[in-house]
Each structure stands twice: as structure tokens, then as C-alpha cells.
Design a binder for this molecule. Structure first.
Ligand SMILES: Cc1cc2nc3c(=O)[nH]c(=O)nc-3n(C[C@H](O)[C@H](O)[C@H](O)COP(=O)(O)OP(=O)(O)OC[C@H]3O[C@@H](n4cnc5c(N)ncnc54)[C@H](O)[C@@H]3O)c2cc1C
Length: 475
């Protein structure tokens, strides 16, 4: 019997456990033990039900175009629970000079693909509009190494585009800044487009023209679950071997002795043939410090930012007073601490009854780590002050929730892909070790599902457990 330890019980660790559980049920001689530091499983996936509203503390959905999370949900029997965002109402605003200005139609990420709405939009200055026209003639440019997203966007569209769109869009996804994040790691497609076409605008149009035409209605941009993201965690947990799940069991140390791994977690130590570290890279680094200082140092080099989400529920009157659309982004130049806000009742209508408005605000990120040390009341006061300035919203909320996520969002800085190669080279030299989580090849929930599943497959392969073995064991 091969024994595998999984450290970390977020969606990455649970996905790894599920992949192993399937093998176990298939008769493969494998067992696992999952060690989670906190009293609950799921990591940042937390859903609460408050006053008839569904409040997401962490992620509220995932990108439909990345299939791994939806595929897992279907496998878990949650296919009929998958829901799409209400894209008919998909409008996003940018806060400019204290006003909400709608992002013009045809923007793909930050690349304008429709001339008229962009020219008519009050969002951009004349100077930026002229840059957009010139961008059409940008010559192809082979990337010479990595650079920041800000450097690339500035080269194509100028600094205003970085401030108004690139920076706020990235802080929404990564809690990070365009001036820090690697274009090759977070927008690899843009680097390829520039190398081939020069102009990002022209490249986007070519890509759109060549994309397969959808059969039937276009797919929604975001997918989620009727009863919230926690539904995915709950379904996973019921499929796993309950005796193998250890909560309130932080792994304090791992060491390789006598051809196997000793894992010390909580009050116990146990022996395993292999270990999957499904942790933020900083935590993985601490555990590997003794065994592989080089790998530990590479992992410590991936920085993380923290995030705060604030949910506020309001009555029907407020709901009627709020603009349509999914919400707004706040550029740094607006001088606020809030990074973005979602009008949840529009994005996923059934998450708030018809007589409720539900707002979800984001604060923190790479440029405001100190917010984490403020009390919940202070964070709430800042949020309400800024909602008053931006939306003229002065009404008393019916309920509020503040969630702090310390060091939860990996920041893929310049050179991240080179670092990943070094990490992989070092990892392969270590017997029975796999890494999963949001610090490597994607921060979203689908990427984390994929990373956990891949880590489990890598370990099974390293232990010499192949699919053919699983079939021979069964028969
Ligand atoms: C506020 C917020 C909003 C987000 N929104 C979205 C979104 O809308 N869509 C999307 O796709 N993604 C979103 N993300 C990103 C995505 O949710 C995360 O990247 C992903 O869930 C991370 O999963 P994970 O399992 O890798 O890490 P985590 O969820 O961080 O889990 C790691 C686990 O390891 C445990 N741990 C740490 N140290 C130890 C130890 N020594 N021993 C044992 N256990 C340990 C922790 O307690 C934790 O439970 C969001 C993230 C945040 C924070």
C-alpha cells in the first residue's frame, strides 16, 4: 500500500485528494492523509447565507473558458447546479473624477476592438484615443525576455490605459499591480500577439474571426454554483475518505528519512511514500527549508498579496437606486482604498431576493497591505465612506460582513516562468514530492483544480502506479 500525504485543504489539496480517492475506489493500493491547518476544509472558498442573500467570502465564480472546475463539478454530480453570470446585464464602470463611466463596448480585456464606441467613450482622453488609432500600425516585436504588464500596455496605448484599465483589471484578478506583474505569466497571449501581429487590436480581431462559432447561445463569461462556491467543497468532502481528512492539523515539519517522508502535523507524526504540498508557496517554502534550501528559496521568491472582501446587504429602495451592470473598478488615480465592487444582485440575480441589493467590495491588494491590520469596524467605515463618495449611497445596510484573506493571492512577478522552470528542475530531483496551488500556473479556481489533479497524477506516476496497474488490480 502506497501512502501519500496532502498538506493543505483548499481547493488544490481537495482536488488532489479526489484524484487519489478515485484510484483508491478503483482498487489501486493507495491511501492518503490530508492535513489542513484550519478547522475547516476549502481554504478561501467560503459561502454564507445571510438574510436571504448568498454571500461569498472568497471567490464568487470562475471563468467559463477554463473547463477544469466545471468538469469537476459535473463529475461530482453538480452539473445541474452550475449557473452562468447574467451577461445580458454585463456592464462594468470605471471610477473617473468621482463618476462612474461605463467601459465601452468591444473592449477585450483592455484591447479596443470596436472603433465607434471607443471614440465616443468619455472614458479616454483624446491623447489616448489617438494612441489607440496609432496602435493599429504597431510593428511586430519579438519579446526580448519578460517585462511588466504596465510596460507592454504603455508601449501600445500609453499610461492612461495602464491607470484606467490594466491596473484595475489586474488588481481584480490577482490583487496585484500592472507595474509588477509579468506579462508572460499573466498575459502570455498578449506577448504572442505582439510578436506575430504587432498591433494587439488587429490580433484580437484576427483571433475573434478565427474562433469557432458557438453552437447556440454564447457561453456566459463566469460560471458558479447555485448554492455558492462552498457547494463544490462540500461535494468533494462527501466523496473523500472521512478518516483521511485531518483538520486543525497544521504541518509543522516534513523530513525525508529511510526512503520515505515523515510528516509532523498537529500532535502526530506519520510516515508516507510521497507528499503533495498544496499550499501557498511561502508555506511550502517553510516546510522544505531543511530538505531543499534551494527549492525553498525559489518558492519564497513568489510573493503574495492580501485581500479583503466586504459584503453589504441593502433594501429594495437601494436596489432601485443602483446602476445596472456587474459593478465598478477603481483606478489608483481615484485615490481610494477600494479596488472594485460587484453588484451581486445583477451579476448572479438569484443570490439576493428581489427586495435586496447585495454589494461585494474588494480592498487590500499589493498596494494596501496595512488594511489587514485594521479592525472590521474600521474597514467597514472606509468602505461605506467610499461607497458614499462613488455611488452617493448613504443608506444603512441591513447586514454587513468583512472577510480578511492574508497572503492569499500569488503575484506572478517578472521572471515568474523562469522561476517555475527552476522550481520544476529542483522538484524533480526530490523523491516523492509534488507541488500544487495558486503560486505556480494560474491563480483562479479552475487552475487550482487542475494543479491539484496534476500533482496527484505526478505522484502516482513517480510511485509506479499507472492506469494499467489500476486495471490489473481490479481484474
Ligand atoms: C478574496 C478572493 C477572491 C477570489 N476570487 C476568485 C474568483 O472569483 N474566481 C477565481 O477563479 N478565483 C478567485 N480567487 C482565487 C482562488 O480562489 C484561489 O487562488 C484558490 O481558491 C486557492 O486555492 P488553494 O487551495 O491553492 O489555496 P488556499 O485556498 O489558500 O488553501 C490553502 C490551505 O492550506 C492551509 N495551510 C497553510 N499552511 C498549512 C500548513 N502548514 N499545514 C496544513 N495546512 C496549511 C490553509 O489553511 C488553507 O486552507 C479569489 C481569491 C480570494 C482570496
Amino acid at each position: 500500500m502506497k501512502r501519500i500525504a496532502i498538506i493543505g485543504g483548499g481547493i488544490s489539496g481537495l482536488s488532489a485528494a479526489y484524484a487519489l480517492e478515485k484510484k483508491r475506489r478503483d482498487g489501486v493500493e493507495v491511501e492518503y492523509g490530508l492535513f489542513e491547518a484550519s478547522p475547516r476544509l476549502g481554504g478561501v472558498l467560503v459561502t454564507e447565507h445571510v438574510d436571504g442573500c448568498l454571500v461569498e467570502a472568497g471567490p464568487d465564480s470562475f471563468l467559463t473558458e477554463k473547463p477544469w472546475a466545471s468538469d469537476l463539478c459535473r463529475e461530482l454530480g453538480l452539473g445541474d447546479q452550475l449557473i452562468g453570470s447574467n451577461d445580458a446585464d454585463r456592464k462594468t464602470y470605471i471610477v473617473v473624477r468621482g463618476r462612474l463611466i461605463e467601459m465601452p463596448d468591444g473592449l477585450m480585456f483592455m484591447v479596443p476592438t470596436k472603433i465607434l464606441p471607443t471614440v465616443l467613450s468619455p472614458l479616454f482622453s483624446l491623447k489616448t484615443k489617438l494612441r489607440m488609432a496609432q496602435e493599429w500600425f504597431h510593428p511586430p516585436r519579438k519579446a526580448n525576455g519578460d517585462e511588466t504588464v504596465a510596460a507592454m500596455v504603455e508601449r501600445h496605448y500609453g499610461t492612461e490605459m495602464v491607470d484606467l484599465l490594466a491596473d484595475p483589471l489586474l488588481s481584480g484578478v490577482y490583487g496585484g499591480e500592472a507595474s509588477q506583474l509579468s506579462v508572460r505569466a499573466v498575459l502570455a497571449r498578449f506577448a504572442d500577439m505582439e510578436a506575430k501581429h504587432g498591433s494587439l487590436g488587429r490580433a484580437m480581431l484576427v483571433a475573434r474571426r478565427n474562433a469557432p462559432k458557438p453552437n447556440g447561445a454564447p457561453r456566459p463569461l463566469f460560471t458558479s454554483l447555485k448554492d455558492g462556491m462552498q457547494q463544490m467543497v462540500d461535494a468533494l468532502v462527501t466523496r473523500l475518505d472521512g478518516d483521511a481528512l485531518h483538520t486543525g492539523a497544521p504541518a509543522q515539519a516534513i523530513s525525508f528519512e529511510g526512503g520515505g517522508w515523515i510528516v509532523s502535523a498537529g500532535l502526530h507524526s506519520d510516515q508516507f511514500d510521497a507528499v503533495i504540498l498544496a499550499l501557498p508557496t511561502q508555506a511550502a517554502s517553510r516546510l522544505l527549508q531543511m530538505h531543499s534550501p534551494n527549492l525553498a528559496s525559489e518558492l519564497a521568491g513568489v510573493h503574495y498579496s492580501s485581500s479583503v472582501t466586504v459584503a453589504l446587504g441593502y433594501d429594495e429602495k437601494v436596489r432601485r437606486s443602483l446602476p445596472p451592470g456587474f459593478g465598478f473598478l477603481v483606478p489608483r488615480s481615484a485615490g481610494k482604498r477600494m479596488l472594485a465592487a460587484t453588484f451581486v444582485h445583477n451579476k448572479f440575480p438569484h443570490r439576493a431576493p428581489a427586495d435586496r441589493a447585495l454589494l461585494r467590495c474588494f480592498l487590500g491588494g499589493a498596494r494596501d497591505e496595512p488594511i489587514l491590520s485594521l479592525s472590521q469596524d474600521e474597514i467597514l467605515r472606509i468602505t461605506r465612506d467610499e461607497l458614499k463618495q462613488i455611488l452617493k449611497l448613504t443608506a444603512e445596510p441591513l447586514f454587513t460582513r468583512v472577510f480578511k484573506w492574508k497572503g492569499a493571492m500569488a503575484q506572478y512577478g517578472v521572471g515568474h516562468l523562469d522561476r517555475l522552470q527552476r522550481v520544476e528542475t529542483l522538484r524533480q530531483k526530490i523523491s516523492g514530492l509534488a507541488l500544487a496551488g495558486n503560486g505556480y500556473s494560474g491563480i483562479g479556481v479552475p487552475d487550482c483544480v487542475r494543479s491539484g489533479t496534476t500533482a496527484a497524477e505526478e505522484i502516482l506516476k513517480a510511485l509506479g502506479i499507472t492506469d494499467s496497474q489500476s486495471i490489473s488490480i481490479k481484474s
